[in-house]
Every structure is written in structure tokens, then in C-alpha cells.
Ligand binder design. Sequence first.
Ligand SMILES: [Cu+2]
Length: 525
Amino acid sequence: MAAAGSGLLTSTGAAALDAKNGKHHSHRKPPPPGSHDGHGSDGSHSAPSNYVSPDGPEVMEAERKRGTGPVRRFALTADQVEFDFGGAVVDTWAYGNRLPGKEIRVTAGDRVAVTLNNRLPHSTTLHWHGVQIRNDMDGSPSITQRSVKAGASYDYTFAVDTPGTYWLHPHVGVQLDRGLYAPLIVDDPREPLSYDHEWVVMIDDWLDGVDGMTPDAMLAELNKNKPGGAGGHDDMQSSGNRAAAAAVARMRRRARHRMTDDPSDSVEHPFHLMNGQVARDRETFRAKPGDRIRIRLINAAAGTAYRVALGGHNMTVTHIDGYPVQHKSTDSLLIAMGERFDVLVTAKDGVFPLTALSAGNTFQTAQALLRTGDGEAPDDKIRPTELRSGGLSADKFKAAESVRLSDRDPDRTINMDLTGNMDDWDWAINGKPYTDSQRYPVRQGERVRITFRNTTTMWHPMHLHGHTFALPDGGPRKDTTIVLPDKAVSVDFDADNPGLWMVHCHNVYHSESGMMTVMGYKLHD
Ligand SMILES: [Cu+2]
């Protein structure tokens, strides 16, 4: 078992190891000749120097400040399993024989100790989405750790000091689009909200194992047009190949006829799941009329934003991406990949559909039921009228006063132009597809602004690891924000968590095709 935080991992060593394990990188464009980025043609590699090491003293100092509460132990086994979605049986990968994986619930101030057992036929990692974590536990392969090899185990240990709704998933390839995800809930020891029940709801789009498709086959198909692109995916089944090709062709056709710049699905998924179930096998949550229910909505999808409503109810939004917002009541929400919304509802008497409508042009739904009384369940394809308003998005909210980022001019502005197009699938940041030696420098103590400018015709939910930025004008604190086509979004944060941190689109088919980079804390001279 690899010892976490052993102090032996240098970024150079990790990169060299990753260079040897180049199979899942084969879809990437090679770096231009003479480029300082990326691996040399002989496989040699020089990691940028003068950056904080993921397990360096600066990282450990930041971790010490998060406290030394009790250690809570968990084990997760990533395994090859079989699921049945309303009669469609698929082979896939998941954390145990369940979907989503078993919830990890701790209290702010705790230390978390999770042993990952990897029974997959591929290396993997765990990433703790939204957690301001110590850098070497962040799960970014070849940046913060070596990937955990097939058959191996790894101990993740870290303190959590901020309550909220988070989740976990791998950060290797397109594994997120299998069944590898679970909620991570950090309770507030001084919880200010009062409610009778809590309902954690993970929404997901699904293609793995359907018609022989796999996320890797889909990624290869998407990257087929790319110069120097896919090839070498010799393990693909041909039926899966054909299914992926047909889905990609439909997606590109739809994109040409799209009427709006709304977040739409970029990669077709035949199933949409709420807590691991298709609508036909929907989950039922039971409560009493008048009960107050806190629903924690988590979009764990690889490529789909959802409009979400609870039929017959208004929802009071209390938190976004784990952080409190000024409460606002709405009939529906728009939730991008990686985003979380906590809402309070007061249950009426009857049976009500909690529906997630895929925000693309395929109009599929995921559904669960809230049942507080007798009565017939609504049709599993019903679309509550509450969805008609289109869904309130996170940018319409303000941060709660307690978590509002202080007013301060940025010490540093990083411009990230989101680039690429749907036909070439050449997604990148500032025109440069991801390599693990990229660094956008910041220094500890700075107020940093990242300006995401979307030059593409697709929308991108941009995610920053290890930090919680603020949207402009007192907007909510977030770790993932929607950037619509032709729009720019500036996010501000304090550089207070040293290390090397991924910045990427949370459409996994965009990030794995290049829309991903690394923000690095410079060492002080
Ligand atoms: Cu994207």
C-alpha cells in the first residue's frame, strides 16, 4: 500500500512515471516541435521548477491550520460490476456494487481517512470535488500523485474545515463517466438550518455498456477528426464503436441547428439517472406532509446540465457548491456538471416527481418520487410545469454575508480563453491542449482573478481545484461556474492553499481532450 504523504513524490518523478504510462494520453496532440511544454520525444521530461511541491512544507502548514479533529475512516473499492437499468444490463465500474457509491459523511473539523482499493483493470485516483484539500490528496494524476495502479491500494488522509455538499470521483481519463462517484457531505457542527429530513440526490448521464459503448470509445470517436488524434484504442468493441459514432454524428447535427446558447448536452447519453436509477425504476423518498426536507442536488454527469424541479413545490435555495447563499425561492434550477445546490422544501400531501430534464436537445429526464401520502405515482416521463421557467442558474444568487469574499483588487489576473470547436474536438485553454508541465503561476497571499473567456460555440462549466472562488458583485462562492458561448466570467479568490491545482472544464469529454491546465503556486524567492 502506498503511504500517503510519504514525502517521496517529486513532481519530476511523477511526470516521468506518467510518461511511461502514456496509453490513455494517446488522444492528445503532440506538443509542437521545440515546445518547452510536454514530454520530449525521447520520453524525457522536465517539470517546471520553483513551484511548491504537492507535499511540500507550505502544503503541510496550510493543512495544520485546518485542525486536528477526530479521524473518520472509510474504505472505497473501485470494482468491475454489472448494473440493470430498467432491463438494460451493463458492465461498468463503480465503488462497490451500488450507484452512487456509499455516501461519506463527516463533520467539519474532522480528519478523513479513506482507503481506496483499486480492483479496476486500469489505474485510478480519487478527487474530492470542491474540497479545499491538502494538495497531495487532490487526486490529480502526474500532478499531485502517481495514479493508483490496478490491484493496488492508496490511503487518502486530509482534514475538512468547511461544511457543505461535495462529491468524489476519479481524475483519470473519462472514468468519471462510468459509475465511479459518491456524495461527500460535510456536516456543520453548528448547523443553522432546521429540517426534518435530508435527501441527497445525485444526477448522472449514462452511456457505459449501452450498445457496447464505453466512455473511452466515445472519447476516441470524438477525437477522430483531430490531427494526430485517436488511434491505438485497439480494445474497443466494434458495436460500441458504431454506437458512439452514431451518437457523435447526431450531436454534431443538433449543434448546427441549435437555436439558443443555453447549456446543452454535448455528448449524447442514452440514460439519465437519479440516485443510480432510470425513471422507470425511480427511487421513492418518504416523508410526512409538512415536513421540511433538505435536498442536496449534485450533478455528477459527464456531459449534461439539468433543469431540476420538484412537482407542486417551490424550492428555497440555501447553498450552492457547498457555500451558503442569500436564500431565494424558485420553481426550478439549472445545474451544470460538478455544481451542487442545497434546497429546502416543505412537503405537500401526495406523490410528487423530482425531475431532472437534460438541458440539451434530447429532452430526456431522470426522476425520483417524493411520497408523503397515498395516491398514484405520476407517469415516469412527466415534466412538472415548474420546469417551464427554464431554471435559475447560480449566477443569479448572492453569497451569504458570512462567506462573502472581501472587497479587494486582484494582485494578478489570469486570462483563460476557452478555445476549440465541435468538429475538430480540439478543446483547449488559450489554444494549448493540456500537458502536465503547464503552469499558470500565482503566489500565496495574492488575490487572484481568473477571467474565462469563451471563444467557442459550446458552453463550458469551468472548475478550479482546491479553492472556492467568488462570482462578481457579491455573487456566490463556487468551485465550478458556467461560461456560456461568447461570454466571459471573472472569478476572484484568495491564493491561500498552496500547491499545484487543476483548472478544467467539467465536461469530461472536453477536459480529457485538452481543456485543462494547472495553476501553480510559485515558491517565494
Ligand atoms: Cu467544456
